[in-house]
Design a protein around this ligand. Structure first.
Ligand SMILES: *[C@@H]1O[C@H](CO)[C@@H](O)[C@H](O)[C@H]1NC(C)=O
Length: 260
């Protein structure tokens, strides 16, 4: 798994390093139970796990834009165990939708919709999940879950085969910005349309390889794992997620777009 390191140029001279939770793994989590997260997707590049994602309709998977790295992208669905030797349900990506100006996680718009080459056949091991709509907000302090195949600590060399999940609480946006500014003096502002959760005042959070995965509150996905500071040693600054409610209209519009 690769870590995306984002260099932020704040003031002309200072650089700051942030790691996108590309494939960021779950820290202090546990194996996800078989009858949960059946909508979880492993977004793979050259048949290697790169990022998490989740199935929102039989043909569409949502993930993070920064997961779009060079190579052949496929999506594995329907299993918590992504050991390569197994006979996995692998889908080709027919189309990728991103918001036009995606440049880096710190600029925001870290969201990507993948259209699969064929409809996934839903069943006991494969389900779709609802995403939050534009009229709703998550309150700070809400207990949610994040899942992924990422590293379980920063020093691990790779992620895990068995899906991990952990509880995280959402953090007030102003408190989140303050915590980031305090740790990284040069950060003037975090991107718009984000939710902060986990990694802060608690020892759980996302790590490398978890990027693109879902933040699930009350059975609805509200966020996409986007970035964290360079360490997965929690508590630290809060992990940052893309706020799906701000993009739900865009998602619907892309899903309704006719084939050309
Ligand atoms: C995937 O393979 C292609 C062609 O060999 C290579 O250019 C690319 O860097 C690889 N991508 C990753 C993420 O390893």
């Amino acid at each position: 798994m690769r870590t995306l390191t984002v260099i932020v140029f704040a003031a002309a001279v200072t650089t700051l390093q942030i790691s996108a939770v590309i494939g960021d793994a779950i820290v202090n989590g546990r194996k996800a139970s078989k009858n949960t997260f059946q909508y979880m997707a492993s977004v793979q590049v050259n048949k290697t796990h790169e990022c998490g994602g989740f199935l929102i309709s039989p043909k569409y998977v949502l993930t993070a834009a920064h997961c779009d790295t060079r190579g052949h992208m496929t999506v594995v669905l329907g299993d918590h165990d992504i050991n390569q030797r197994r006979n996995l349900q692998r889908y080709e990506v027919a189309r990728k939708f991103k918001l036009k100006p995606f440049t880096s996680v710190i600029e925001g718009n870290d969201i990507m919709l993948l259209k699969l080459d064929r409809k996934a056949v839903l069943g006991k091991k494969l389900k779709t999940v609802d995403i939050i709509d534009e009229r709703r907000r998550v309150k700070s302090g809400t207990e949610c879950l994040v899942a992924g195949w990422g590293k379980t600590k920063e020093s691990d060399t790779e992620g895990v085969n068995e899906l991990q999940a952990v509880k995280v609480s959402t953090v007030d946006i102003d408190e989140c910005k303050k915590a980031w500014r305090k740790k990284y003096k040069k950060i003037k502002t975090l991107p718009p349309n984000i939710i902060c959760a986990g990694g802060y005042k608690q020892n759980t959070g996302a790590c490398k390889g978890d990027s693109g995965g879902p933040l699930v509150c009350n059975s609805v996905v509200v966020g996409i794992v986007s970035f964290r500071s360079s360490t997965c040693k929690y508590p630290d600054v809060p992990n940052v997620y893309t706020d799906i409610s701000k993009y739900s209209r865009w998602i619907r519009a892309m899903m309704n777009e006719r084939e050309t």
